[in-house]
Design a protein around this ligand. Structure first.
Ligand code: SF4
Length: 242
């Protein structure tokens, strides 16, 4: 059974309680971008990315302010065909949208799903956005922080905060904690704000991007399939009752 530390339990409570105010991550990011622009700086940033649609609007926000390198490290994604499909689509988007020509590279780390299964052991039955996701965020962000530190990046962040299904409080809290530990600044963000999520839908349409039906892991896939089956059964029931 994976043990969550008190720190994460506290963070989860905070993120689930709307009465506890949390920082305006979008504003914090905007201030950082303005500060860098005023200083005439364009530092190197490692952007952990989960897929092409989430990278699309995120890159649009960051490419002018940072020299971006994308890190594709997602051992949570299952099955393997889905993992490779998302990676190929990300590469295609970076190329087709002209980011590759502007120096944005995609680094893919070795895919070992066992890293994810070991990390979330005991949390398999958690719903999406539950404790399993906290561990999953941390697994991926820690690899990004480690890679950023080892390769001389001044900053790192993740595309994950563009999704309405992801928890910005946990993502930013974990990111900052890891940033301190590895000596790399974490760019706090909530990319879905300022219509970021809507913009990702527009760009997905424009570039014909593959948009997946589930978050990524086998458990989220099963959850979505069960929801779809329930909805279909309900619709059928309603139809018969008419
Ligand atoms: S639902 Fe998404 S964030 Fe949560 S554990 Fe699965 S892949 Fe990770």
């Amino acid at each position: 059974m994976t043990k969550l530390s008190t720190f994460y339990e506290r963070t989860e409570k905070m993120s689930k309680n709307p009465k506890i105010p949390h920082p305006n991550y979008e504003l914090l990011m905007e201030k950082t971008l303005q500060r860098l622009a005023a200083a005439g700086q364009r530092p190197r940033l490692l952007l952990h990315a989960c897929c092409a649609p989430c990278s699309s609007a995120t890159l649009e926000r960051l490419a002018a302010a940072f020299e971006v390198t994308i890190l594709y490290y997602n051992p949570n994604i299952a099955p393997p065909a889905e993992y490779h499909r998302r990676e190929a689509e990300l590469e295609r988007f970076v190329r087709d949208a002209g980011y590759a020509a502007r120096g944005v590279a995609v680094v893919e780390l070795p895919y070992d799903p066992q890293e994810f299964y070991t990390a979330v052991q005991g949390l398999e039955a958690e719903p999406e956005r539950g404790a399993r996701c906290t561990v999953c965020y941390r697994l991926r962000l820690e690899q990004a922080a480690r890679y950023a530190a080892a390769h001389g990046f001044g900053w790192f962040t993740t595309t994950l905060s563009i999704s309405p299904m992801k928890d910005p409080v946990r993502l930013n809290t974990i990111g900052c904690e890891l940033g301190e530990r590895y000596g790399v600044q974490y760019l706090q963000s909530e990319f879905r704000k300022k219509d970021g999520y809507k913009r990702s839908l527009v760009l997905s349409e424009q570039y014909g991007l593959y948009r997946q039906e589930y978050c990524g892991c086998a458990f989220s896939k099963a959850e979505r399939e069960a929801q779809a089956a329930r909805r279909a059964a309900e619709a059928k029931g309603e139809h018969h009752a008419e």
